[in-house]
Design a protein around this ligand. Sequence first.
Ligand SMILES: [Zn+2]
Length: 298
Amino acid sequence: MTATLELTESTYLIPSGSNTGLIIADGRALIVDAGLDADTARRVARALAELQARPVALLLTHAHADHFGGASAIAERFGVPVYAPALEAAIVENPYLEPQFLFSGAAPVPELLGKFTLAAPCRVSALVEPGPLDVGGIPVQVVALAGHAPNQVGYAFGGTLFCGDVFFPSETLAKHPIPFCADVERALDTLRRLPEMPYAHFAPGHGPALADPAAECRANADRLLAIADTILGACAAPASTGDLVKAVMDALGATLNQIAQYCLAQTTVLACAAWLRAQGRLDVIFADNRMLWARTAA
Ligand SMILES: [Zn+2]
């Protein structure tokens, strides 16, 4: 198992499939994000023993199963309260909403009920909003980072910003070429703002912490813009959402063959199509009982 990485004298990263952050002040620890499952609680317990710190709270950046799947195990094992932003907190407490929204609100098929899309439920003790937040006497800054998830936030302390899934490292973008995105306008704004923020370390949910995330933010923004461009191109003739998913996957040279993977890709494609429509570049038309995306005359 990878060792805990020291970012500053008060912030640490426990690298995993989904990273967990630690903020340590006066022998007390805030845990940032909970990983995929109960294994995270074991990793956190080991790290806290090494650092001789007592856990006081779990802070969640956003409600994707790979970031809060271990939340209930952490809350139970350490007896700590859980903090999360509004809306995300509703999913943390009712995780069935995640596979259900991925399946257009219908009761999801079994393939969406695995641990990558359906986490264990966890009670949220307090909602967080952007701005200063006192957690048991530890002053953290809550930073608005919406886009990847509707109300994602980051947590900053001591020169480190734990920034959730604002950007994915280039290896992840190569492997999963469609970055999950709920809201393109807000994601692009967050990706523009992040490199300007005054932190020495940007610790993402996946991949290593970076001193300067500008290149990664640019690459993630460029990928969203490329997907939007492909969608515009595919709408030379009116196209269904399924046609757009196919066009985007073809353009990226990738293959879809799993329901969960398809539903995740479709969400980003819909977010891009909705963004283009808000800009007046696409519209929706109905023909023969099909809802189609079509370029506007402009
Ligand atoms: Zn995520």
